[in-house]
Design a protein around this ligand. Structure first.
Ligand SMILES: C[S@@+](CC[C@H](N)C(=O)[O-])C[C@H]1O[C@@H](n2cnc3c(N)ncnc32)[C@H](O)[C@@H]1O
Length: 365
């Protein structure tokens, strides 16, 4: 299937992302010193230093991902040309992102000599000229697969709880997407450049289905519960839910490393500087633990969190497959998120999202 096929896109955009992406922003901020250090290691680049952030999104995290690199490069050289390239899909809220970049908290106020560019495409296709990128970053994005698939996966809305053929199909897509992502970045990076990937991860755990505990496992199971209730109440089709799967895969350390260790061209292209899966630096056990004493706010925040990253996939691949009427899709969407907020409000902590982050640094040989 063509990864650019719009109807099969895994997600088209994030929804109200800036207000509901605390976890993602903390994950980016936790890498500030690492980003600065990579820039120092790369050193001054001629004719220009290009940073490309793949899957930048529309929020503050896109600014927080690049600011440490700008500051570090300006310490190396006050005037050397630098290009900051924000890469994402056409449906990204580019206007919001540009307003942030050029606004009070953006980097353009302080560093007006930086050239800002947008690269609008899927990162499963080339997004930069060969050998042009000095530093490539990607935060909370590469776990999105190139397209949605609809295997029969009753009882499991995501990869981690799938079994049999569905799990194998998903695993094969995740493996080939990851290799494709790495091959493309290998083409785009300059020798001596770095690729920093930080994304949701999984940890091996013999007690879990498929032997891995994946980030947000209770949250995805809560999504399954709410969707099944809507089927039972006659609002969604059972067949739509049984074929719905979030098009994501959160890699274990082994899965992240595997292609670089086994594929000759990737082993030739990259040196693994570091790779690991660690608990998130802030609230690893429950993203909204600080609000647990206020069940109303706790429920609202969790619904906003899932809406931000998940609404687009749910609309495209679950609600629109239960009805052809766009107005009804809107109603199903509202109903789903009202029920989801209520579930969290009624049992604070019971469906808490745990977060493990896979961080990998590769050096282009
Ligand atoms: C959860 S957001 C992360 C945004 C930001 N990097 C952060 O850490 O907060 C995921 C982003 O990845 C983008 N994305 C998903 N699949 C993509 C693809 N194939 N090509 C480019 N961007 C993609 C989405 O559009 C979205 O903006």
């Amino acid at each position: 299937m063509n990864p650019t096929d719009k109807h099969a896109a895994s997600t088209e955009h994030m929804v109200d992302y800036d207000r509901h992406s605390h976890m993602q922003d903390w994950a980016v901020l936790s890498k500030s010193a690492l980003i600065a250090n990579l820039v120092e290691q790369i050193g001054t680049v001629t004719p220009e230093f290009v940073l490309t952030d793949y899957g930048c999104g529309p929020g503050h995290s896109a600014i927080d991902a690049v600011t440490p690199a700008i500051e570090a490069y300006r310490k190396l050289d006050e005037t050397a040309p630098m290009v900051i390239r924000h890469g994402d899909q056409p449906g990204n809220d580019w206007n919001s992102l540009l307003a942030l970049i050029y606004g009070a908290d953006g980097y353009r106020k302080k560093f007006s000599d930086i050239r800002t560019e947008l690269a609008i495409d899927t990162f499963y296709l080339p997004m930069a000229a060969p050998g042009s990128v000095a530093l490539a970053t990607s935060f909370a994005a590469s776990h999105w697969l190139s397209h949605a698939i609809a295997p029969w996966s009753a009882g499991a809305v995501w990869f981690s709880d799938m079994e049999g053929v569905a799990r194998r199909e998903m695993a094969a897509l995740a493996r080939s997407d990851w290799q494709r992502f790495l091959r493309l970045r290998a083409e785009e990076l300059r020798p001596g450049g770095f690729l920093l990937v930080s994304t949701l991860g999984s940890i091996e755990d013999a007690d879990e289905i498929n032997g891995v505990k994946a980030s947000s496992r209770r949250l995805y199971r809560a999504i399954q519960t709410v969707a099944q209730q809507m089927v039972d109440d006659g609002l969604l089709l059972q067949s739509a839910l049984d074929h719905f799967a979030f098009p994501v895969w959160f890699p274990t350390e082994r899965e992240a490393r595997e292609p670089i260790e086994t594929e000759t061209d990737l082993a030739d292209a990259f040196e693994i500087v570091s790779c690991g899966v660690e608990p998130a630096s802030v609230n690893p056990e429950d993203v909204y633990v600080n609000e647990i004493g206020d069940p109303e706010a706790y429920g609202r925040l969790y619904a906003g969190y899932v809406r931000a990253f998940g609404e687009s996939s749910l609309r495209l691949h679950l609600f629109a497959r239960s009805t052809p009427d766009p107005a009804e899709v809107d109603r199903l969407n509202e109903e789903f998120f009202n029920r989801f907020a209520r579930l969290y409000k009624e049992a604070p902590g019971a469906h808490a999202a745990e977060t493990w982050i896979m961080t990998m640094v590769l050096r282009r040989r």
